[in-house]
Design a protein. Sequence first.
Length: 334
Amino acid sequence: MGIDLGTANTLVYVSGKGIVLQEPSVVAVDQDSKEALAVGEDAKQMLGRTPDNVVASRPLRDGVIADFDIAELMLKHFIKQVHGGRSLVSPRIVIGIPSGVTGVERRAVMEAASQAGAREVYLIDEPVAAAIGAGLPVAEPTGNMIIDLGGGTTEVAVLSLQGTVLSESVRVAGDELSDAIIQYMKKVHNLVIGERTAEEIKIRVTSAYPSEGDDDLSMEVRGLHLLSGLPRMVTIKSPEIRESMSEPLSIILEAVKRTLERTPPELASDIIDRGIMLAGGGALLRGLDTLISHETGIVTHVAPDPLKCVVLGTGNVLENLKQLERVFTGRYSG
């Protein structure tokens, strides 16, 4: 099994079957019995809508495990779901993790997977998995640059010969863009909105770079008015939301520029020829490729299926374990 254990979504690839599961990384737990009431999409629907004795939470923050027990519960559930409810399965698992995580955080992921029933656990850096999944020739001696913009982290990496030449991981990504929208709505419109509403705004009206027609996009947003304490509705337009996200976007751009500055000249010329590849859920943000092209002067492409790049990469490695074994950054055998 190949798993993209993401802050926002978890995707599972099974050898010979392809992608068999794509669910939000959310678990709803009953505080009294400590049992999982719902996992994935069902639990996501409960976010911000639960009674006191039920907590719907995301066990991963910034691409790493924040709540070990709940992450283990979630993995167990997904492994069982993929294998049709059978719990006696001990799969070999390849997991994509952010490149900037510490040794302790790596061990936590391996531990959670082995506790969830894996017999062998391999770790692969997300930028490498995303590059393989996006179809970049990572095994060749040419420079490939990838930006993997997930929910909790943005990974910028230059790859060559199955390895990472340079990488930078910043804990600013899709979640921070949503947070920026929440803070803006509170500050400018005195409106308190939840995570799901911010996500909807990001998908429907936001663009990272001004383009024709974008400025006409508008949306009615419902939330709680801070001054009156009553529900209220306001209409927002695309340019104001773009402005609200400028700070997290500039942090991501800085990371891209820093990586390019440190790139060896031979690889830099390859990147100019081939361009930069954008992957991860954040790549779906309208105009992000144009913004990066404008700021760096290098053509930027969005991967064919950005959300699935990492999991397709883990699956590809799984199918070609012998040829690609050099890409692993950690291994555990139970």
